[in-house]
Design a protein around this ligand. Structure first.
Ligand SMILES: [Zn+2]
Length: 238
């Protein structure tokens, strides 16, 4: 995997609404494996872990500092917490089926949803939540039988099997002491951070090109650490 920072990386369009396709394109571009078909076939949790590795590598940091607001109406304290990027970004290596025990005691075995599944469900546009659930169960159940009523149990088993997909951080409000589970869309967070890095890169090119008259390629050929020193010098001149 390489960090975001080359000339062509300025062309990535983060503004589109097709998230599965954007994630696949990013992983194929920066990831250890270059074929989009490989990343389409990987479980959603594994794709998110790889995306977080890309954020860690591009930003050069092991953790992210985030903030959330206390949910108690009389409190609403804004507090900070840390997301251990390096730990979340480690692939757990388990992509086997997940087992759910239904209320009847019967067992069903499910495969983990992949990028391809997300894309297919997105393109097919389910008319209702019930239809979305039906499609999900049809696609994912590999052994056993379940109905739409089993969805909460099945979803809980899938979440447990792939915690990055429906991710929460257990926090405690420093003001009132209440326990709060902060839900974080890790995929959205990673895309937002990468998009911000791309904007920062463009800003660097702009400042150095304006100051020294260099081309985009010449600016980006300077290693990031040396670039930071030039930018500090430009700052001093102003
Ligand atoms: Zn509070």
């Amino acid at each position: 995997m390489r960090p975001l920072g080359q000339l062509g990386d300025l062309d990535i369009d983060f503004a589109g609404t097709d998230r599965p396709r954007l994630v696949t394109a990013l992983l194929a571009r920066f990831g250890e494996r270059g074929e989009p078909s490989y990343w389409w076939s990987r479980p959603v949790g594994e794709r998110i872990a790889a995306l977080l590795r890309l954020v860690a590598l591009t930003e050069g940091r092991d953790e992210l500092s985030l903030s959330a607001r206390c949910t108690v109406p009389e409190c609403v304290e804004l507090f900070e917490f840390t997301l251990p990027l390096h730990r979340l970004a480690e692939p757990d290596g388990d992509d086997g089926p997940v087992t759910a025990t239904l209320e009847s005691g019967a067992l069903v075995s499910l495969r983990r949803p992949t990028g391809e599944d997300l894309q297919r469900w997105r393109d097919a546009r389910p008319a209702s939540r019930a239809q979305a659930i039906e499609w999900m169960l049809d696609a994912l159940v590999v052994a056993g039988e379940c109905t739409a009523g089993d969805e909460p149990v099945v979803t809980a088993a899938l979440t447990e099997g792939d915690p990055l997909v429906d991710f929460t951080v257990a926090c405690r409000c420093p003001a009132c002491g209440i326990a709060i589970d902060v839900a974080i869309d890790l995929e959205e967070l990673a895309l937002r951070r990468l998009s911000a890095q791309q904007r920062a890169l463009l800003q660097q090119v702009h400042r150095m090109a304006s100051h020294y008259g260099w081309t985009e390629a010449e600016v980006l050929a300077v290693p990031p650490s040396r670039r930071a020193r030039y930018l500090a010098l430009i700052e001093d001149d102003q």
